[in-house]
Design a protein around this ligand. Structure first.
Ligand code: RIB
Length: 297
């Protein structure tokens, strides 16, 4: 069983700051690091580290060599990655002393995926494969529409959320929807977690919804059951990429036939470990580290 992740790759410019700059304010950094990131790349690395065969699909820019190396080191297959003659996407990230962040994204090469690339890649899908995507590349609604037509199971993490998704994205194509509380509120128009999943299941009865609730853990819902998992409290250094780590470990565990409660527990533990390190992709733990963390809890 494989996962094909149509996702972004970014070069993250990570500035450690005392506090995140307010409008009109200039702050001086405490440290600058250039790191691998992008929601797509982070999720591919988390998937591979969880133990599932992962193909990253997307476009890598002419300055993106280190991203390719990092994916390969983590065991992600890069056969379906296309080099393009433009600058890679990047992110400008401020991380404050209390671990919060603020991010500006330049899309760059992540906007170079064309409809033909989607068509070609989906022709490579084998029975049992799952396709995953986020909202950080071009052709996201088109990809979902083709998955719907071909009945290919699709997992969708609509981050970063844009209102255009509500008009353009065929949510009925989604098997696994992985959202945070704010995204859930925007998609459903409801405020309470239980009401968010009620509304989504009323509209999309076959959907499996994974609603992350920050310090309150996570709520899973499908038409047969609802399962909660508490978060693991840790001292956060940098929360960048925690949601991506969660997504990768949840889907990776499910694809390895773990039951939903175990998949949620693995994902919460992996996300908790990831926030204790500085940076997104570099802070994603291995499954062995997750299992050690969970021992005795
Ligand atoms: O989710 C975290 C990621 O969001 C960062 O790595 C950054 O590249 C942005 O895409």
């Amino acid at each position: 069983m494989r996962i094909l992740n149509f996702g972004s790759l970014n070069i993250d410019h990570v500035y450690r700051v005392d506090h995140i700059s307010a409008p009109g304010e200039t702050v001086t950094d405490l440290e600058l690091q250039y790191q691998a990131g992008g929601k797509g790349l982070n999720q591919s690395i988390a998937l591979a580290k969880s133990g599932v065969t992962t193909y990253h699909v997307g476009c890598v820019g002419k300055d993106g060599g280190m991203l390719l190396s990092l994916l390969e080191q983590a065991g992600v297959k890069t056969d379906y990655l296309k080099p393009v003659d433009e600058l890679n996407g990047h992110a400008i990230i401020q991380v404050s002393k209390d671990g919060q962040n603020s991010i500006v994204i330049h899309k760059g090469s992540n906007q170079a995926i064309r409809k033909e690339d989607v068509d070609w890649c989906l022709e490579q899908v084998q029975p049992g494969d799952l396709v995953l995507t986020q909202n950080e590349t071009s052709q996201v609604p088109y990809l979902a529409e083709v998955c719907r037509q071909k009945k290919i199971p699709l997992a969708f993490n609509p981050s970063p959320f844009t209102s255009s998704l509500m008009e353009e994205f065929p949510f009925e194509a989604v098997t696994y929807l992985l959202i945070n509380e704010t995204e859930g509120q925007q998609i459903s128009g409801r405020m309470e977690p239980e009401k968010i999943v009620d509304m989504l299941l009323e509209k999309y009865s076959n959907m499996r919804i994974v609603l992350t609730l920050g310090a309150d853990g996570v709520l899973y819902a499908d038409r047969n059951c609802r399962i909660r998992q508490a978060a693991f409290p840790v001292q956060a250094v940098d929360t960048t990429g925690a949601g991506d780590t969660f997504t990768g470990f949840f889907l990776g565990s499910v694809l390895q036939q773990r039951d939903i409660q175990t998949a949620l527990r693995n994902a919460c533990a992996a996300a908790a470990i990831s926030v204790t390190g500085f940076g997104a992709a570099v802070s994603i733990p291995t499954m062995q580290r997750v299992e050690e963390f969970l021992e005795g809890r």
